[in-house]
Design a protein around this ligand. Structure first.
Ligand SMILES: [Mg+2]
Length: 266
């Protein structure tokens, strides 16, 4: 199937459409034109970032300031798919959410029964989102909860994502790795790549995910997600995929140097 036949599109954000820096986001060459061309063709698109520290609306606003015309409802985060997973699989559980205050407020507002960090050992689910900072004592209590049978979920388990000034290490993955080491249990990813993320993309686009093209710079996240969905996959080498050797058995359906190269193929 050619990219022109895709019924909808999922784009990764960092390293695919933008480069992130402390001073803001910078749109990568051709990103705005590609989004505009897809809109002109009447097909839906969604941007899915494994970031889980901000609300989709705040991310969309940042992107608009950076020159990308993106609607609030076109942005999904790993927090969205995490919330969907909790609602389906652990609807009444006491959940320890390790994340930013913004994320915790959002989960509480969505009806999730949050447990305080001082009661972490009593959690029935431990969910790790992006954390700015977390105490070792809290990680230890979370590991004890996991050892006692709590479900162990993480939004992200990939070590880094592409920033303007080089890889940005994922603190959420660091925190999840610490709990994994201490508990001897591997976390279930509920951001990219996961069934929960596929489901979120399909629902937002109102499409069968097999008809969606998944475009991103990270083989272990974006391309893996597209493969899980059974959709087309496009690896852009502008971010994490840049400069690296792509193993043949994990290669995407299409590999381009940057998102701008897609213009002639849509
Ligand atoms: Mg990326």
């Amino acid at each position: 199937m050619a990219l022109a036949d895709a019924a909808g599109f999922m784009f990764d954000l960092d390293g695919t459409l933008v480069a992130r820096a402390p001073e803001g986001v910078v749109a990568l060459p051709g990103a705005a034109a590609v989004l505009a061309a897809i809109r002109a063709s009447g097909r839906p698109l969604v941007i899915f970032t494994n970031a889980s520290d901000s609300d989709p609306g705040a991310i969309a606003q940042r992107l608009r300031r950076g020159g990308l015309q993106v609607a609030d409802e076109e942005v999904l985060t790993a927090a969205c798919s995490s919330l969907g997973h909790l609602r389906r699989r652990h609807p009444a559980a006491r959940v320890l959410v390790l994340g930013t205050a913004v994320a915790r407020r959002r989960f509480a507002a969505a009806g999730v029964s949050l447990i305080a960090e001082r009661e972490a050992e009593r959690a029935e689910v431990v969910l790790v989102l992006h954390v700015d900072d977390v105490a070792l004592s809290v990680l230890e209590a979370a590991a004890r909860a996991v050892l006692s049978g709590a479900a162990f979920l993480t939004a992200n388990y990939v070590r880094a994502y592409a920033g303007l000034h080089g890889p940005i290490i994922s603190r959420g993955a660091m925190a999840a790795a610490a709990i994994a080491k201490a508990s001897g249990r591997r976390p279930t990813v509920v951001g990219k790549p996961s069934r929960a993320a596929v489901r979120e993309v399909a629902a937002r686009l109102a499409l069968d995910p097999r008809r969606v093209a998944f475009i991103g710079d990270d083989i272990a996240m974006d391309i893996a997600l597209g493969r899980l969905a059974g959709g087309q996959t496009v690896l852009v080498r502008s971010g994490m995929g840049g400069g690296g050797v792509v193993p043949a058995n994990r290669a995407a359906d299409l590999i381009v140097d940057g998102v701008g190269e897609l213009l002639g193929r849509l």
